[in-house]
Design a protein around this ligand. Structure first.
Ligand code: GGG
Length: 342
């Protein structure tokens, strides 16, 4: 039996993960809940300790909701909980599928929207998110703030290799590197040289490059030009939210933080949405799609397929929350999904 940890987090993270947990209960899938969230951080002034991380390491998968709380406006706990897991468990690949489920929920014309089927492979442990830099003379007129963009050859190599291997295993035809080497040449040349070298080892996969600004325009106007996209941490974060906007919003997008080597952390792409907490408006479909990714990771392949099918049905039957113009509550959507699975 695979071991699953659940960390609901803050805000609507708790609400949507609760629906996923009801499904696991109904399927007889066992799990253990850990309440590492804003309340925990405010009480202990720390997030996940090294010892607690060792405990999490014994699990096969972590089902995570979202972090973000108005009492911690600088996301002080983000570094100690979510980033700590991503960094210290070395979950270097953040895989974010962007697939159109229903053309009616895209702002694009149907003939364009119908072609959206992109997987973003975002580097997850380096770049601007590493927290290197500093703020000097804070608040003074001559304040200086520096955030360093760090890339290592080993870090770039493993994520590019991951993207090509992902393409092979998932029958994808093309891997596009998205970066900005004309304006940010140091890291840009590193990414480009590693990408060129690795793509030579995959003669059956097309390897392409796009600057990130151009990539945004292409994603909106000609999304069929993208298949697998490999990119750095910040660009991957931005591109996946753009992709979410094209397929119906953040309430639909799932993600996996993995390293191809054991434990994975699975979370909806969306945040904690404090403005709708407690209103039963949160869309649980991203959390269900996330659970489907987790099921695949732990070998529950039938459950994964059934769940993805149930999500499509919920959308086609308009059993949806207000973000998709639906009239149903979070738990009503959850009940529908569970009813389709039993
Ligand atoms: N599930 C992704 C997540 O929680 N990311 C953290 C984040 O971006 N939080 C901002 C927010 O909740 O508004």
């Amino acid at each position: 039996m695979k071991k699953i940890a659940v960390i609901p987090g803050d805000g609507i993270g708790k609400e949507v993960v609760a629906e996923g947990c009801k499904l696991m209960d109904a399927l007889g899938v066992s799990y253990q809940i850990f309440n590492y969230d804003a309340d925990y951080w405010l009480q202990h002034k720390q997030g996940i300790s090294d010892q607690q991380l060792e405990e999490l390491r014994t699990f096969d998968a972590i089902y995570f909701g979202a972090l973000g709380d108005p009492r911690l406006p600088k996301m002080e706990h983000g570094k100690d909980i979510l980033l700590k897991m991503r960094f210290d468990l070395d979950l270097f690949a953040n895989v974010r599928p962007i697939q159109l489920l229903d053309v009616n929920h895209s702002p694009l014309r149907p003939e364009i929207a119908n072609n959206i089927d992109i997987v973003i492979v975002r580097e997850n442990t380096e770049d601007l998110y590493r927290g290197l830099g500093g703020r000097f003379k804070a608040g003074q007129i001559d304040e200086v703030a520096i955030d360093e963009r760090i890339h290592t050859r080993a870090g770039v190599r493993r994520i590019v290799e991951y993207a090509f291997e992902y393409a092979v295993k998932n029958n994808r035809q093309k891997v596009t590197l998205v970066d900005k080497h004309n304006a940010i040449p140091n890291g840009g040349q590193l990414w480009l040289s590693v990408f060129d070298e690795i793509s030579k080892g995959y003669p059956n996969i097309v390897g392409e490059y796009q600057h990130v600004d151009v990539a945004c325009a292409i994603m909106v106007a000609q999304p069929e030009r993208f298949d697998v996209v490999v990119t750095s941490n910040l660009f991957g974060d931005i591109l996946s939210d753009l992709g979410a906007g094209l397929v119906g919003g953040l309430g639909l997008l799932s993600s996996a933080n993995v390293n191809g080597n054991g434990i994975g952390l699975f979370e909806p792409v969306h945040g904690s949405a404090p403005d709708i907490v407690g209103m039963e408006r949160a869309n649980p479909l991203a959390a269900f799609a996330t659970l489907a990714m987790l099921f695949k990771h732990v070998g529950l392949l039938d459950e994964c397929e059934q769940l993805l099918y149930a999500i499509k049905q919920s959308i086609s039957q308009d059993i949806t929350t207000p973000d998709l113009d639906g009239k149903h509550t979070t738990s009503q959507v959850g009940e529908y999904i569970i009813s389709r699975m039993l």
